[in-house]
Design a protein around this ligand. Structure first.
Ligand code: C2O
Ligand code: CU
Ligand code: CU
Length: 518
């Protein structure tokens, strides 16, 4: 099972050459240009549940199986579970540790987390810690698979480093306090595996964050947003070409631009409600959806709106808090925000609405203020005195990367610099410790994510950064026909890493490339 086999990849590469001139051009499916998300909505075939009918679930925090002086050890079994998501139905989900989302891992900066994953699912998996500054052999490279058994033969060509049944990932976490997440990353099949449930939070804390005395305990709430669709039996609907996720990959037309669902799940529950007290709360918002973008506002029943104070982005605290009327999140982005319920009376309800959704997706969840307490906590004026701003003058070079649609082997595909993903082809060789400017250009919405190296957004088009570009990022939300410039410092480790579009259907349909850190 090792070494590059004469699999589908070779065929695809040959086809790509022939079609590079764009025989298929830009196949714009009606309806996805100019929309707020790139993708097509799949409708559920059951009667949708009433919004605010289920309580919010907070994923359990995973207990270490062992701790040593400098490391916490964990074991996570990956296995299918039948669970009730839509009241009255059961849904099979693929889980990390039996819950959807998976259990939350809580780590400290500089203290290693060592996570053994055991694959009891019917297909190979690869676990990526999104946002982790991780050595390459532990980063969940898309061909570093955990096979379900020795006999697996599912056309997964190009195995780089395969294990059977189990694999131990080591995360040194030499990074700032931040909201990270882990999810499946198997080549060609990430989108359907994540859709089935393979995602969870991994939170990193540090002393700088502790010193702020931010809302904690029940008032520090991780919220993973995922849209899904269900069939009449309660199973997840997903337009996979091969529903066994063996071969071939991809989705049926017209979903190649991205799969959107009509049910919004927050931590695995449809449009949940959550009871809060009259206190300042910290919400760690994660867009874990395959393709959907959200613009969230907090509407107080009766008219007013609560402002949202952003304190952190993908890679931790901003230098100072930033106030917003709404928060816009592309897939994989995280926004750490404070929402202030202190002035509200008990009995007040606050709906989280989504300006980018229509109908059932225009609302996300509801907070119900049920208890009056005195909360003397306030939003700190300064969050991260040690925040380091990168300077464009430190960049040793500028590279251009384009993200656009292209026919691949007669089918719809998505490419980086005209090339479909291949584990053997490298788009950039960068020096460890160096800083570069990357100019990223898009045809449609493409949330572009770099592994290993967090970055800062220098500007969009001819202007400066957008309102949601602050802080250290690992994913930047490129909008149609837009170029964004990012400043990246390649600190961490040497080796091969991927960067890709985090619209997961685009990723599976080849919008991914390698960079080598040397
Ligand atoms: Cu969320 Cu390649 O990652
Ligand atoms: Cu990542
Ligand atoms: Cu994309």
């Amino acid at each position: 099972m090792s070494g590059p086999g004469p699999g589908r990849r070779a065929v695809v590469m040959a086809g790509a050459g022939a079609l590079a001139a764009g025989v298929l051009g830009v196949p714009i499916a009606a309806g996805w240009r100019g929309r707020s998300s790139t993708g097509s909505e799949l409708r559920s075939r059951l009667r949708l549940p009433q919004p605010f009918g289920s309580p919010l679930m907070i994923p359990p925090v995973l207990e270490p199986s062992a701790t040593t002086a400098d490391a916490d050890h964990y074991v996570v079994r990956q296995y299918p579970v039948r669970t009730e998501i839509v009241p009255g139905y059961t849904t099979e989900v693929w889980t990390y540790g039996g819950t959807f989302p998976g259990p939350t891992i809580r780590s400290r900066r500089g203290r290693r987390a060592i996570v053994e994953h055991i694959n009891e699912l019917p297909v190979p998996t690869a676990v990526h810690l999104h946002g982790g500054v991780t050595p390459p052999e532990h980063d969940g490279y898309p061909t570093d698979l955990i096979l379900p058994d020795e006999k697996w033969d599912g056309h997964d060509a190009h195995h780089r480093d395969v294990t059977v049944r189990r694999r131990t990932y080591e995360y040194p976490l030499p990074q700032r306090a931040s909201t990270l997440w882990y999810h499946d990353h198997r080549m060609d099949f990430t989108a359907p595996a994540v859709w089935r449930g393979l995602a969870g939070f991994h939170l990193v804390g540090d002393e700088e964050e502790d010193a702020l005395d931010l809302p904690g305990g029940d008032r520090d709430i991780p919220l993973a947003l995922m849209d899904r669709a269900f069939d009449g039996s309660g199973a997840f609907r997903y337009p996979a070409v091969d529903p066994t996720l063996t071969h071939p990959p991809g989705v049926h037309p017209p979903y190649e631009a991205g799969v959107l669902g009509d049910v919004v799940l927050v931590n695995g529950r449809p449009w949940p409600y959550h009871e809060v007290d009259t206190a300042l709360h910290r919400l760690r918002l994660l867009n874990a959806s395959n393709a959907r973008r959200y613009r969230l506002r907090f509407e107080v029943e009766g008219g007013d709106e609560l402002p949202v104070v952003q304190i952190g982005s993908d890679h931790g605290l901003l230098p100072r808090p930033v106030g917003h009327d709404a928060v816009e999140l592309a897939p994989a982005e995280r926004f750490d925000v404070l929402v202030d319920f202190r002035e509200l009376r008990t009995g007040t309800r606050v709906r989280v609405v989504n300006d980018l959704g229509d109908g059932s997706t225009a609302v996300v969840m509801r907070f119900d203020v049920t208890r009056a307490v005195a909360d003397g906590r306030d939003v700190p004026d300064v969050l991260s005195p040690t925040f380091e701003r990168l300077r464009a003058s430190d960049a040793v070079r500028t590279r251009r990367m384009t993200f656009r649609s292209q026919g691949i082997d007669g089918k719809h595909g998505w490419v980086v610099n005209g090339e479909p993903f291949s584990p053997d082809s490298v788009q950039a060789t960068v020096a460890l410790g160096s800083t570069e400017i990357w100019e990223l250009t898009a045809d449609f919405h493409h949330p572009v994510h770099l592994h290993l190296a967090p970055f800062q957004v220098l500007g969009r088009g001819t202007g400066g950064p957008g309102p949601y570009d602050d802080g250290w990022k690992d994913t930047v939300d490129l909008r149609p026909a837009e170029a964004a410039r990012i400043l990246v410092r390649f600190d961490g480790y040497r080796g091969r890493y991927v960067f890709h579009c985090h619209n997961l259907e685009h990723e599976d349909m080849m919008m991914m490339a390698n960079f080598d850190v040397v």
